[in-house]
Design a protein around this ligand. Structure first.
Ligand code: GCW
Length: 682
């Protein structure tokens, strides 16, 4: 059977004979909402479809709660209790949460959502348990860690996708919203199954033509296609729209006419999308106009959008903290792009409307293979924040290499910022718990496209899956997530699960080893593609992703004492750790310190020898992925086997290119040969 991957982890393969239960389990699926556009109705259909495919059982749908001991009930708490259901056992549920209860025989199932989204999440949860052959009885309340669990698409109206590696946009083509909504609804199904409640559908480098009548109508069609799955849409705005689209002389955020313009256009958007989730704004960043263009503060800009949204519901402004000067002069030792977010936003804390959320990339620079967490995550108290991850592997091999990012995300979320000397894990900051925020959470640049793999590589879809689960529960275990994903996506055979788990769990350290060590960043081309080894491109540019490598020494001096002062942006305990070279962990040494190539690490190796060794180790390990994968021949369909094998073979080869390019680049710089005689003048 050819599996093109379109269903991702929702394939609902028939359970193998060992699990199958010939008895009829369920007499009916009782759906507590007849409205065909409601997520509860969709959940009923999904359950019916899933049971058919997983267990081979056709189960009828009914709309009346009967108290039958062999039915699956799905609905909201409100509908369940109005229908006379017993809600006594159900603990408190948060927005989007759900209660899932099965009896011992697993043929009476209650899926009760706090709202409609909760109900469909519960239906997916139940089906994904079944699809893994898991019939263990359960009675559990499932609540999200945060209410904002979004993804961002960087889709352009012409159908291209910025940093997209999987074909053209499913949303736009030739300047307009596409006509056929099939892929959009399939996408919403995947998002819903991992409890993502919103998608921002257009590039943050936004185009004001999104506001054309045709496109406003297109937005309506997209929202209508996604709503039955419980997924809301948001849009990215171009700051200068009043000037460039509305014909006003200015886009000054304090100009009444400009405010009026945004209010009117916002009302128009809501006429089409009554449940718009909000606006995402990239302003004063990488050439984009913004409030600073008009000598106003970033808060002035954000608040203008916030006020335009307010009359219409619960929409939020996701205001990106990715504001920095991309014409930075490297000759000034103190210049440091990593300082920008705190420099721009810290003093504005508390000056934002309550429906503004500052959207902060997880690291201070830009989705590198390793960064410390963004210090801004510890510098906003009153202003709410969301963390931004990137599922698209922009700097991590663009899906031609495979990097499973759940371990990286966990490392960031588990990080303790020690705000005010107290436990301040980033997961508790972004959940809102640590600082008492009412709304906050997660977003991630996803960038799926029209490719049937969605993202460009079947294996990389594990990142989309894991992102959703982590945003729901940041304590989700990377190993069990990849195991679940592997079972659902490829099959239950132990060899399948173990092999995919092994490759995935080794993938990040492997990629780090051959692409950029000790916190030096991903040594890819920095100017255009962000792909392939190009350590030389890192310096001598205005972008500020520097390494400051010369013939003797390397690394960014970010100390307060002699460098850019970036370490001082962290709370005192963290600042002290990074200020001191002795207490800075090796894996961030060159992020915070400028040292000679002969500097000895805690491991006892010199920096340069570590580079050489790590690149050999990483490139060698990349060869093993293909060997591992070969074990799956015949256990999974050939179509997906071959696709992944091709990618891993490419990665194995390109890892060697990475190894030699980086090693010889630094050898040429410093002239220190490899102790093991692999790199040098032979
Ligand atoms: O990582 C960089 C990308 C840009 C992107 C920018 C951003 C959308 O290289 O392509 O622009 O980040 O996050 O705004």
């Amino acid at each position: 059977v050819i599996d093109n991957g379109l269903e991702g982890w929702l394939r609902y393969s028939a359970l193998p004979a060992v699990f199958s239960n010939t008895q009829r389990r369920y007499s009916s699926i009782i759906v507590l909402n007849k409205d065909e556009t409601s997520p509860v109705y969709t959940a009923g259909k999904e359950l019916q479809d899933g049971l058919k495919r997983i267990l081979g059982q056709h189960v009828d749908i009914d709309f009346v709660l009967t108290g039958s001991p062999t039915s699956i009930v799905v609905g909201t708490l409100g509908a369940f209790s109005s229908a006379g259901g017993d809600t006594q056992d159900i603990p408190a549920l948060k927005e989007d949460g759900f209660w899932l209860q099965t009896d011992a025989a697993n043929d009476c199932v209650h899926i009760i959502g706090q709202n409609e989204r909760g109900a469909i999440y519960g239906a997916f949860e139940y089906l994904m348990r079944l699809a893994q052959g898991n019939f263990t009885p359960v009675a559990s309340a499932n609540n999200p860690s945060a209410s904002i669990r979004w993804v961002n698409q960087w889709d352009n109206l012409d159908g291209s996708i910025e940093r997209g590696y999987a074909g053209p946009s499913i949303f736009f083509k030739d300047g307009e919203v596409v006509k056929d909504m099939t892929r959009i609804s399939q996408f919403a199904r995947l998002l819903s199954s991992i409890r993502i409640n919103a998608v921002v559908i257009n590039n943050v480098n936004a185009n004001p033509k999104l506001f054309s009548e045709t496109n406003l109508n297109g937005l309506r069609r997209i929202a209508d296609a996604m709503r039955p799955w419980g997924v809301r849409i948001g849009i990215s705005l171009y700051f200068d729209s009043p000037k460039e689209f509305g014909g006003l002389p200015t886009s000054d955020p304090l100009d009444p006419a400009v405010n009026d313009w945004w209010k009117k256009i916002t009302a128009k958007v809501y006429e089409n999308v009554h449940d718009l989730v909000g606006y995402t704004i990239k302003a004063n960043s990488e050439g984009q106009p913004g409030p600073l263009t008009y000598k106003r503060t970033l808060a002035d800009g954000a608040n203008m959008f916030a006020r335009a949204l307010k009359p219409h519901g619960d929409g939020v402004v996701m205001y990106r903290a990715f504001v920095y000067n991309h014409h930075l002069d490297e000759s000034v030792w103190k210049h440091d792009r990593a300082n920008a977010a705190v420099d721009f936003f810290k003093d504005l804390d508390g000056f934002f409307e309550d429906n503004v959320i500052v959207q902060i990339k997880w690291g201070p620079i830009d989705f590198q293979v390793r960064e410390p967490p963004s210090p801004l995550l510890a510098n906003l108290r009153k202003t709410k924040a969301a963390i931004e991850f990137q599922v698209a592997q922009e700097y991590l091999g663009q899906q031609s290499h495979f990097v499973y990012m759940a371990p990286l995300w966990r490392e960031i979320l588990d990080y303790d910022m020690r705000i005010d000397g107290k436990d301040s894990h980033i997961r508790d900051i972004v959940s809102g718990e640590r600082l008492g925020w009412s709304r906050s959470g997660y977003t991630a640049v996803l960038n799926i496209g029209s490719d049937t793999t969605w993202i460009g590589n079947h294996l990389s879809m594990s990142n989309m899956y894991a992102y959703g689960r982590i945003a729901w529960d940041p304590l989700s275990d990377p190993v069990s997530m990849i195991q679940d994903w592997a079972r659902l996506t490829f099959g239950l055979h132990k060899i399948i699960v173990d092999t995919i788990t092994k490759i995935s769990m080794e993938s990040w350290p492997t990629y780090e080893n051959y692409s950029g060590n000790l916190g030096i960043q991903t040594l890819c081309d920095i100017i255009y593609t962000h792909y392939g080894p190009s350590p030389g491109s890192q310096d001598g540019n205005g972008w500020g992703q520097w390494t400051r490598a010369n013939a003797h020494s390397i690394g960014m001096d970010r100390t307060v004492a002699t460098g850019s002062g970036n370490s001082g942006q962290y709370p005192p305990e963290i600042a002290a750790m990074y200020e001191n070279i002795e207490t800075t962990p090796d894996n961030l040494l060159l992020w915070f310190h400028h040292v000679p190539y002969t500097h000895r690490l805690k491991s006892g190796k010199t920096v340069i020898q570590h580079f050489y060794d790590a690149h050999y180790e990483g490139a060698t390990n990349a060869q093993s992925f293909l060997v591992e994968w070969a074990k799956l021949k015949g256990l999974i369909d050939d179509h997906r086997f071959d696709h992944v094998a091709f990618k891993l073979e490419y990665q194995a080869g390109h890892a060697l290119v990475w190894r030699d390019s980086v090693n010889y680049f630094y050898f040429a710089k410093c002239g220190i040969p490899d102790e093991k005689n692999r790199v040098g003048n032979h």
